[in-house]
Design a protein around this ligand. Structure first.
Ligand code: NAP
Ligand code: ZN
Ligand code: ZN
Length: 347
């Protein structure tokens, strides 16, 4: 076993605290990496506080991992010691189902292994995430990362990046489309960057007036304050797509009314409570309400390569490990600019 240290939530809702635990020894196709930075996703907060009701405790969160390879198993072919690499939300899947065969491991029908709050494919060994000094992962679930971009800004691409890139590509968002991004946080700011990079007209829909200048700097062409009824009415029936990154309960019916005919409301945010949808809001104008989960391994590599080519990284606030609970509290208030990233040297 490999001795590891990290930050843990011992039980549902508890504050994070230092914890020593063990990782598996490296198998022939595993690599071991020293974690340099780990991004802080709102999903970490939802799961640590068990808001989705599926928490496995003790829980070491973190699925936006950047590190350097320190060891490789005897059969590893894709990586060598010293490589800068990424690990995202997945560390394994069945590899046999139709979705896995098509690089859609996020939709593995036999149950994938998430990086934390999940089980290995033996369905009994818990996985522990990136708020830790090192991790052991099968090489098929490790991503190549460019050494040319600022490392701390790459970490959030492993979740916030792929979660927004994947649906924009799936629905072929680009030139000629009017796209609204709802919520300017970790996912939202990456959605603005990608949608504008793909050539769409981008409008930021936000509850925070203070974020207008940043939204425009990130690539948004317009900004609508969602508390301003007049501004919201002015974009009724306007958008081809809404990319919804809001983490808290909100009124989907209002946003559906902003779509034109055949418009698509893409749910990425995962509020912990069900919501009511008025059928007429879909029927009128043949609108769709859809969802999308992170992205598969091939598309995550494609996204990282796209970011390296187009100089795209996340805008981050680097924090010490012990600041994590304060970071969660700020996230809850929407006070995030635009991703907290933990410097693992502070562990
Ligand atoms: P985040 O950084 O906290 O950003 C969420 C943003 O939503 C806030 O900054 C705020 O933006 C807006 N917001 C928050 N509360 C709101 C409210 N009550 N009403 C309206 N807007 C509100 O969170 P994140 O890390 O981007 O994650 C967002 C959501 O996506 C979470 O639920 C997370 O679990 C989920 N997620 C899903 C996937 C997936 O695969 N689908 C992957 C990762 C994360 P403004 O200040 O601009 O209003
Ligand atoms: Zn995430
Ligand atoms: Zn599968």
């Amino acid at each position: 076993m490999i001795y590891t240290t990290g930050y843990v939530a011992k039980k549902s809702g508890s504050l994070l605290e230092p914890w020593d635990f063990q990782r598996r020894d490296i198998h022939p196709q595993d690599i071991q990496l020293d974690i340099l930075y780990c991004g802080v996703c709102h999903s970490d907060l939802h799961q640590v506080r068990d808001e989705w009701g599926n928490g496995i405790f003790p829980m070491v969160p973190g699925h936006e991992i950047i590190g350097r390879v320190t060891k490789t198993g005897s059969l590893v072919t894709k990586f060598k010691a010293g490589d800068l690499v990424g690990v995202g939300c997945l560390v394994d899947s069945c590899r046999e189902c139709d979705n896995c065969q098509h690089g859609l491991e996020q939709y593995c029908t036999n149950g994938h292994s998430q990086t934390y709050n999940s089980y290995e494919q033996d369905k009994k060994t818990p996985t522990y995430g990136g708020y830790s000094n090192l991790i052991v992962v099968h090489e098929d679930f490790v991503l190549h990362v460019s050494d040319k971009l600022p490392i701390e800004g790459i970490a959030p691409l492993l979740c916030a990046g792929i979660t927004t890139y994947s649906p924009l590509r799936h629905w072929k968002v680009g030139k000629g489309h009017k796209v609204a991004i709802l919520g300017l946080g970790g996912l939202g700011h990456m959605a603005v960057k990608f949608a504008s990079s793909f050539g769409a007209e981008v409008t930021m829909l936000s509850t925070s007036p203070s974020k207008e200048a940043d939204a425009k700097r990130l690539g948004a062409h317009k900004f609508v304050l969602t508390s301003n009824e007049e501004s919201v009415n002015a974009v009724k029936g306007y958008f081809d797509f809404i990319v919804d990154t809001v983490s808290a309960p909100h009124d989907y019916n209002l946003y559906l009314s902003l779509l034109r005919s055949d418009g698509v409301h893409i749910c990425l945010g995962a509020p912990p409570a069900p919501t009511e949808i008025m059928g007429f809001n879909l029927i009128m104008g043949r609108r769709s309400l859809v969802g999308s989960l992170i992205g598969g391994l091939p598309e995550t590599q494609e996204m990282l390569d796209y970011c390296a080519e187009h100089n795209i990284v996340s805008d981050v606030e680097v924090i010490d490990m012990k600041y994590i609970d304060k970071a969660y509290d700020r996230m809850l208030k929407g006070d995030v600019h635009y991703r907290f990233v933990i410097d693992m040297a502070t562990l």
